[in-house]
Design a protein around this ligand. Structure first.
Ligand code: URA
Length: 240
């Protein structure tokens, strides 16, 4: 109710504080349950300055919920995807601001490079790593040896591993020769060392592995060791 920017509609502010939906907040205002700076507000159209105004509902001062943070890190090879490492190797935490208390969603092997999502949103992290959600992940793979037509068909259809046959995968071949092959592989499972094990099972040892995509997120604009924050739109899309 004081002058000052940015102002926010009272019902929107109440919703952002996590107390109620915007519609319910409107009802609470009409019912005389909301006070701004000590004065009960019952009319619609009031705006507040979240930095200055004191909004009280049912005797409790409201404070906005901190929105979760999402960073997209290009993990370099030779880095562990954990918050700390007893062997004192470099971890993903060495590449992002420490004070934000973020953790990695899922894992990349020590020698794998590529996309790692870092967040403080535990609920989303659980969803993204849950097999039910089948988030597609694309890897650029280089192997020693020839990716024959037969082996390519097996990679696409499913590879028999000790923990079962892998789900169908998408394969795009860049080149193949007797010495080496390069292709991108999109999988929807998240088993341990899955890509390396799939290739090993076909006699194709992996010499380079990079996660280039996770769902709609990709490496664009990033170099090894750099990160960017997801936009509000990207965060919304990820949560949905
Ligand atoms: N598959 C692997 O084998 N390693 C990774 O780091 C990610 C997927």
């Amino acid at each position: 109710m004081k002058e000052g920017l940015p102002l926010e509609r009272l019902q929107k502010y109440i919703a952002r504080c996590g107390l109620a939906s915007r519609r319910r907040a409107e009802e609470m205002i009409k019912e005389g349950k909301v006070a701004v700076n000590g004065r009960v507000v019952t009319e619609m159209g009031v705006t507040v300055d979240p930095a200055k105004d004191k909004v009280v509902v049912g005797g409790k001062r409201l404070t906005p919920k901190k929105s979760p943070t999402y960073l997209l890190l290009y993990k370099p090879a030779g880095v562990v995807t954990t918050c700390d490492d007893p062997r004192r190797r470099k971890t993903v935490m060495d590449y992002i601001p420490r004070d934000e208390r973020l953790f990695p969603v899922g894992r990349l092997d020590y020698q794998t490079e590529g996309l790692v999502l870092m967040t403080d949103d535990g609920e989303l992290a659980n969803k993204l790593t849950h097999p039910r959600y089948r988030m597609p992940k694309t890897y650029l793979v280089e192997t020693a040896g020839l990716l024959s037509g037969e082996k390519a068909a097996i990679l696409r259809k499913g590879v028999r591993l000790e923990d079962g046959v892998t789900a169908p995968a998408k394969l795009e071949i860049e080149y193949y020769s007797k010495e080496a092959s390069r292709f991108s592989l999109t999988i929807t499972e998240g088993r341990n060392h899955q890509v390396r094990r799939m290739c090993d099972a076909l006699g194709l040892p992996v010499t380079y592995l990079c996660r280039t995509k996770m769902g709609f997120l990709d490496l664009k604009g990033l170099v090894p060791g750099s990160y960017r924050r997801l936009s509000a739109g990207e965060a919304r899309r990820l949560r949905s």
